[in-house]
Design a protein around this ligand. Structure first.
Ligand code: HEM
Length: 238
């Protein structure tokens, strides 16, 4: 058992190192593509798009397994790690995003009064609405981050833990609304809009294809290694 654990650890560390390198390279490219009035805004935009891309990868794992007709474990290292990267980048973007407008007075992000003198009322309402939606998404990401460990899985049990993780499907429409409103308000260039739309449409397409396949008949069941713990380690599973 111990020897097995020792053998598997480097593979998870290696995968996270690879993810970290991929995040750094794509972050650099996105930073280069990002418009913005300064480095902080460009950093915020790059982190936002990276978070959405990683979120798309995380949500794609389940449907891809379904389409390959592979059993779907309740939890795996790969999905957990991608989820953790998503949450961290989403929260980094949130902190940076709260600094880039209105001189960093973030209370003004959430009230219409005194907001951008001269801006049309609908734009102000959309700005505030987008920030509330982003804030709820950020809180949900924080909760999911807190649940992404063996202890929470053992405490909640696999069914309740899985139900809690499905909150991710509530976050998806929030990110669509929040990101799209900002892209509209800030009149983003086609490149960023295409990246954002491609990530969202790929997840929606895969989820739909997976759901259609599941509706046709029974699929291989979830992998469980005990009555409460259903986490699968290593690279073999998504
Ligand atoms: C209180 C929470 C949040 C605030 C205040 C916030 C703030 C902002 C701001 C100011 C922008 C415009 C771009 C910029 O100037 O940075 C933006 C855009 C965006 N945000 Fe957020 N955000 C929040 C949460 C999130 C979360 C949790 C995510 C994803 C995990 C996210 C994803 C995006 C995306 C995809 C865009 C579009 C980027 C673009 O403008 O092209 N946001 N957000």
């Amino acid at each position: 058992m111990e020897a097995g654990r020792r053998r598997r650890r480097p593979s998870r560390a290696k995968r996270n190192l690879t993810t970290g390198i991929a995040v750094a390279i794509s972050g650099g490219i996105l930073y280069g593509l990002a418009p913005g009035s300064g480095p902080l805004e460009r950093f915020s935009i790059a982190a936002a798009h990276l978070a959405v891309l990683l979120f798309a990868f995380t949500l794609a794992i389940g449907p891809v397994r379904t389409l390959r007709r592979e059993p779907s474990p309740v939890s795996t290292d790969r999905r957990r790690d991608l989820g953790i990267w998503t949450a961290i980048l989403g929260l980094v973007h949130t902190i940076a995003g709260l600094e880039v407008h209105l001189g960093g007075e973030f209370r003004r992000y959430f009230t219409i009064e005194g907001l951008f003198a001269g801006a049309p009322q609908p734009a102000k309402i959309l700005f505030v609405a987008s920030n509330y939606i982003g804030a709820v998404a950020a809180v949900l990401l924080l909760i999911l981050l807190g649940l992404s460990n063996d202890l929470s899985l053992a405490k909640l049990g696999r069914d309740r833990w899985k139900r809690a993780q499905r909150t991710a499907y509530l976050i998806l429409p929030m990110l669509i609304a929040h990101g799209a409103i900002y892209q509209l308000l800030e009149r983003r260039a086609a490149g960023l809009v295409v990246i954002f739309a491609a990530a969202i449409l790929s997840v929606l397409g895969l989820q739909l294809a997976g759901a259609r396949l599941r509706s046709r008949g029974p699929m291989p069941g979830p992998v469980a290694d005990g009555p409460q713990i259903a986490h699968v380690r290593g690279d073999a599973t998504g």
